[in-house]
Write a protein that binds this ligand. Structure first.
Ligand code: ADP
Ligand code: MG
Length: 480
């Protein structure tokens, strides 16, 4: 297949369900997993005579995300009705924004193999979600659950400026990190609170005109966004190479066959007969309001990564892994309030602590290990009271389970390192006696064996011998 002639063009539409407690225009709960059709007031059901009222929290969230993505925040806004019929849309229209998306433009930086690229946003707008049609519960019937109808969403739309599935993967990863970081959406793709539609087209390399696009839907994980795009690019190239033409369509991705299939030909945008919703007053955002939201935004992950590198000397890798998750970054911040050994804090968090959290499916604030306890443990290591391996394998497990002080645990378990040279001398002598062959080799010049002897003393002292004193004593004795 002649695939090197072609270039893919991708634009992504991400829907993020907002973490408000109630719907966009009424007081129904948006909690996931409720009995079907229990969060359905007359407003959600679109009964005649009902009036919607805007949930201002959703507007706050939209502005927060817009500011986080460097968008222009539009001050004069209104909601528009997007008219279409579908069984899961009881009003017969979806309330959305049309000519005035609340956020315009903006960028989301991504990194691929260390190279940064800015993904250009077209807009972010607020809209309500539809209900859910459930086709797979009964063989011949479709069920409707309207709990989701009216849930607030942000639609984040990129320009057609991505060219590989890897860029799409990184972009969605970045968006998920960002919405979680600022707390506007839980980012859970499996439960559908973050959804991604991928618009894909191909063109000959060097061509500047866009090709006909296909919109791929039903992608429920970031990995599948990547796979769906790859599958669609492959299909398009094969089609065109065999003399066919791409038609504008909505397609669905099937994980099992790793292929896409057509759902419907794309309807034209003006079929929707948009008009300003007469039941909702236009809303204006003042500079003062926008400024307040801006001040309240947390430091964003990219800025924090940079700070950790510049101010604390962390590596790019350590800094960016800590900043992948706000709860981890917050924990790091609280720990370094009590110790200046930033590198040690990173090592503990990214090593034994992350391992423990993964194995037990816990978040960092779900164990008994407080940032203060961790800082005190690091102080014990720094003060040569225990070594790192004793600290992480013996003391940490206790601290995960109980809110105790590291020193107390070390004392109780008799783990404190000793620099009492008499005690250490006994261990050193024992090792020298037990390894006459190695001692002879050492004396003949194989000085590298010192590491082996130190290791042996560490073993028989159960980590309690201060390695510095051990090395000094060993060198003295072996060289005499
Ligand atoms: P629609 O009206 O069909 O929703 P939009 O112009 O709003 O189309 O674009 C929707 C998404 O599709 C955007 O993310 C945009 O970048 C992307 N897109 C538009 N044209 C193309 C194209 N030819 N190839 C790939 N993506 C495209
Ligand atoms: Mg669209």
């Amino acid at each position: 297949m002649e695939s090197s002639k072609y270039e893919a063009v991708i634009g992504l539409e991400v829907h993020a369900q907002l973490q408000t407690t109630t719907k966009l225009f009424c007081g129904d709960s948006i909690a996931f997993g409720a009995e079907p059709n229990t969060h359905v007031s007359p407003i959600t059901l679109g009964h005649p005579g009902t009036l919607p009222k805007t949930n201002t929290k959703a507007i706050d969230f939209a502005v927060m995300l817009g500011l986080a993505c460097n968008c222009e925040i539009v001050s004069k806004n209104y909601f528009a009705r997007k008219n279409y019929f579908y069984p899961d849309l009881p009003k017969g229209y979806q309330i959305s924004q049309h000519t005035t998306p609340i956020c315009k433009g903006g960028i989301v930086p991504i990194k691929i193999d260390g190279i940064e690229k800015n993904i250009q946003l077209n807009r972010i707008h607020i809209e309500e979600d539809a209900g859910k049609s459930i086709h797979d519960l009964y063989e011949t019937e479709t069920c409707i659950d309207l709990n989701r109808a009216g849930t607030p969403l942000l639609e984040i739309v990129t320009e057609p400026c991505l060219h590989t599935s890897e860029e799409a993967f990184q972009y969605v990863t970045e968006i998920r990190k960002l919405v979680r970081w600022i707390g506007v959406c839980d980012g859970n793709m499996e439960e559908g609170s973050l959804r991604c539609d991928a618009n894909v087209s191909i063109r000959l390399k060097g061509e500047t005109k866009l090709g006909t696009k296909v919109e791929v839907k039903n992608v429920n994980s970031i990995r599948n966004v990547k796979r769906a795009i790859d599958a669609e690019i492959k299909r398009m190239i094969e089609l065109v190479e065999n003399g066919g033409t791409v038609v504008q369509q909505t397609r669905s991705y099937d994980v099992n066959t790793d292929t896409t299939s057509g759902i419907r030909d794309k309807e034209d945008a003006n079929d929707y007969r948009y008009f300003a919703d007469p039941d909702l007053t236009p809303f204006n955002l003042t500079q003062e309001y926008i400024g307040k939201i801006k001040t309240a935004l947390p430091v964003l992950p990219n800025a924090l990564t940079l700070k950790y590198k510049q101010d604390f000397g962390l590596s790019e890798y350590d800094a960016s892994v800590i900043c992948d998750d706000k709860s981890i970054a917050d924990y790091f911040n609280e720990t370094i309030a009590n110790t200046n050994n930033y590198k040690a804090v990173a090592n503990f968090i990214l090593g034994p602590i992350k391992q423990y959290l993964n194995e037990n499916s816990l978040a960092i604030n779900e164990t008994s290990l407080t940032p203060t306890a961790l800082a005190n443990l690091i102080k014990l290591v720094d003060g040569n009271k225990v070594n790192f391996s004793v600290a992480s394998s013996k003391i940490l497990p206790v601290l995960f389970a109980e809110n105790k002080d590291a020193l107390q645990v070390a004392e109780e378990l008799n783990l404190l390192q000793t620099n009492d040279s008499n005690e250490i001398e006994d261990w050193v002598n024992a090792v020298i006696e037990n390894m006459p062959d190695k001692v002879a080799e050492y004396k003949k010049g194989k000085k590298g064996l010192i590491g082996l002897f130190v290791g042996e003393v560490k073993k028989i002292s159960k980590g309690k011998a201060d390695p510095k004193v051990v090395t000094e004593l060993l060198t003295q004795k072996l060289n005499s």
